[in-house]
Design a protein. Sequence first.
Length: 575
Amino acid sequence: MLKLFRLVRPFRALLTVVLALAFAQSLANLYLPRLMADIVDHGIVPGDTLRILEIGALMLLVAVLGTGCAIGASFFSSRVATGFGRTLRERLFERVARLSVHQFDQVGTASLITRTTNDTTQVQQVLIMLLGMAVTAPMMAIGGVVLSLSQDAQLARVLVAIIPVLSIVLFLIMRGAVPLFQQMQIKIDRLNLVLDEGLTGVRVIRAFDRGAHESRRFDEANVDVTATAIAVNRLVALLMPSLFLTMNLTSVSIIWLGAGRIDAGEMQVGAMLASLQYAIQILFAVFMVTAVFVMVPRAAASAARINEVLDVVPDVNDPVTPAAGEVTTGLVQFDNVTFQYSGAEEPALSGVSFTARPGETVAIIGGTGSGKSTLVGLIPRFYDVNAGRVIIDGVDVRNRRLEDLRAAIGYVPQKAVLFSGTIAANIRVGHDAATDEEVRRAAGVAQAAEFVDALPGGYESAVSQGGTNLSGGQKQRLAIARALVRGARIFVFDDSFSALDFATDARLRAALRSGTAGATVFIVSQRIGTVRDADRIVVLDDGRVAGIGTHAELIRDCAVYREIADSQASLGDVA
Ligand code: ADP
Ligand code: MG
């Protein structure tokens, strides 16, 4: 947690102000009982009205100043703490954005959300509390003890007896609460996970009538969090009463003992009242420290979870010294590439070699799970090869800045993802500065123009979160337009035509010929019809290249390809 608190550094000036104000406030608080003792003792001397008014005015002034400082301190400490929270969330988000695809999967979306929101808040709250007591509590405790000793050493003994009692009680409560607090974070994580799955999978849940089952699952997680929260709060609820009990017991003993001593003429009333005040201040300081220590373990658990994310070193990085700048031609070579997902037992790709030249369309075909998506994901470096090289324009992709590399690639993912906003804005994700004309042209090539023009709002029509107000085929076509508008050197269509009917698929591919002229085009598909016109077809089988060639060559020479073709022939697709 200390490591995280380093993030308050930019707020050093504010922090100094907070601590100074807290210091002034503590001084005021320590001074007040003294003045009160004075006024009481003078009050007993008849006729000294002026002096009483004088001291009274001073008390008022000190009280007002003290309160002002207290308000100022909490105002500025809130600023520091919320600023800290903001920086922390920013850091987390930045880091998450830089993680490679499978590093991202390792933590999981639900947990990343909890870590960015709830966990950050926990740490932030402890920071507020720490700032509130860092100066005040020690000053009040130590100053209080010293000053009450100076008032009356006898009465101060009450404190010697009572502080250990309070400390033990507080310690016992804490020991019970701390593990529960730590469990809370894990249970909230679980709750978010179930909620996240329930919301993103809502269609599947409805279709398979799993609503009741999901409700039960959510309920379990929900009840679990609730039970822990109740248990923890029960314990914490004991804090206040035990504090007040000790305070009141202390007051009674001080008044009891004090009354006797005043009666015997050994002490003045003012001194007793001052001792009473100091005792309460001291106990309150002890209480504050405990309250912070109750919060610290929970926040420490949160801090550890945050650090887990901040400490992940992104495994796809810019090279220290880039060997080349922008991609100019778009020649792509796979040189004996082997890739294995971390945690997988077998490589998803082994010994893959082939070349794709500018102006060529290279199709990649193979059954599901044969490694097609994995293969094309290596081009924009979603992850890096385990062995071999992916070379673009003669330079290993790892030796180019990610920005330069990705600027040259128009990538259409297998599952089209759109963002909330307008259709035009979604297409411009590919190229911010694209003119309306360019957006329209890209949509035209992607065969999206027709349905977009038919929408009431045209290109300004809204796309809902995740594009749920569009059909699968419409989303795919917008995702294609988004890639095309980039004017890239390399285009990757990962099974991007699967949701299109055969006629649209054919028209799209014909339009692509001109829309991607001069670029290197990768088309991933499972349909022979989609790949047969390609300049070169790479047949993948279980992560290995089973054959490379044109449609005619492969029909003649490649058993795997023939098998796929035969299985689809009956569909009238390979006519
Ligand atoms: P295709 O696109 O040809 O259907 P993929 O490239 O998606 O196939 O997957 C190839 C193999 O890699 C499959 O066996 C799949 O189970 C595995 N795989 C895909 N993604 C991951 C991942 N993120 N982690 C582990 N294994 C994966
Ligand atoms: Mg795939």
